[in-house]
Ligand binder design. Structure first.
Ligand code: PMP
Length: 288
């Protein structure tokens, strides 16, 4: 596949479609210098975007957390995404809405900068390659999810991914496909772009999302588990507890449900409960 800037097709930008290669911003764009941008990651299955409106609402929430207002409503963004998907000609696709502060003011303050919105769609297969079958191998990141007093932790904002990229690069250098990050207190938090779940004696344990993104996939999977009568415990998890967990999986729009085989020194089996959730999630998203 060619680089992202060099593809055929169209990207929706600030009110209409522009040819893919012309969807550009100026180098003196506030977002590029000060990370004043928020985004979403969504997947369409069979021509329908899963939880589209919830993603649009989260985009608005993220913008609010960064102190700006997107000049399109969530309902308008829903319609734009559907248009982008239709124009892409793809049935299964990844959708990326992005909102950012423009270039009127350069400096930390950017009170009067125009807020821009773009939406692109492309084909994106399994996020962790063949891990869906044999389980992903994860590193333990040296970077910690920061305290809610230091970042707007419920926003899906570009700036919060700086330590995710660093962690993922370090993991890849060790032959891992991702890293699990602890939080500022030392509890298990999440992967760099996905939430984490553990199976212990038939029950599910998952970190309390009190300083990181409470993923839509996480919420979907918890509801599915509870519907099945599985006990789900949301709590603070010490890293050492991973020794006693039998199974582990990640959830995220891109990751979907991906089994985990290793986290640092800890080993997990790709067991029945995990495999059931992989296929149940796959069935749900295709049903809508
Ligand atoms: N945490 C982080 C840091 C993420 O980037 C994502 C992906 N958006 C998630 C969790 C999972 O969120 P969702 O299930 O809404 O995609």
């Amino acid at each position: 596949m060619s680089a992202y800037h060099d593809r055929d097709g169209f990207i929706w930008m600030d009110g209409g479609f522009v040819p893919w290669r012309e969807a550009k911003v100026h180098v003196l764009t506030h977002a590029l210098h000060y990370a004043s941008s928020v985004f979403e990651g969504e997947r369409a299955y069979g021509g329908r975007i899963f939880r589209s409106h919830d993603h649009s609402l989260r985009l608005h929430h993220s913008a609010t957390e960064l102190g700006f207002v997107i000049p399109w409503t969530a309902a308008q963004i829903d319609a734009i995404k559907q248009e982008v998907l239709a124009k892409s000609g793809l049935a299964d696709a990844y959708i990326r809405p992005l909102a950012w502060r423009g270039s009127e003011q350069m400096g930390v303050s950017a009170q009067n900068n125009t807020i821009h919105l773009a939406v692109a769609a492309w084909e994106w297969g399994a996020y962790y390659g063949d891990a869906k079958l044999k389980g992903a191998k994860l590193d333990i990141a040296k970077w910690k999810r920061p305290s809610p007093e230091t970042i707007p932790c419920t926003a899906k904002a570009a700036g919060l991914y700086m330590i995710c990229t660093l962690s993922k690069h370090a993991a890849e250098a060790k032959g891992c496909s991702d890293a699990i990050m602890m939080d500022y207190r030392g509890y298990v938090a999440e992967a760099t772009g996905a939430n984490v779940f553990f199976v212990q004696d038939g029950a599910i344990h998952t970190p309390l999302p009190d300083c990181f993104l409470n993923g839509l996939t996480r919420q979907t999977v918890i509801a599915m588990l509870r519907e099945r009568g599985v006990e789900v415990v949301e709590r603070h998890i010490e890293p050492g507890e991973m020794e006693g967990f039998q199974q582990c999986f990640l959830t995220g729009t891109a990751a979907e449900v991906t089994p985990v085989a290793e986290i640092g020194p800890y080993r997990f089996e790709v067991g029945q409960m995990t495999r059931d959730m992989v296929s149940a999630y796959e069935a749900l998203v295709r049903k809508g």
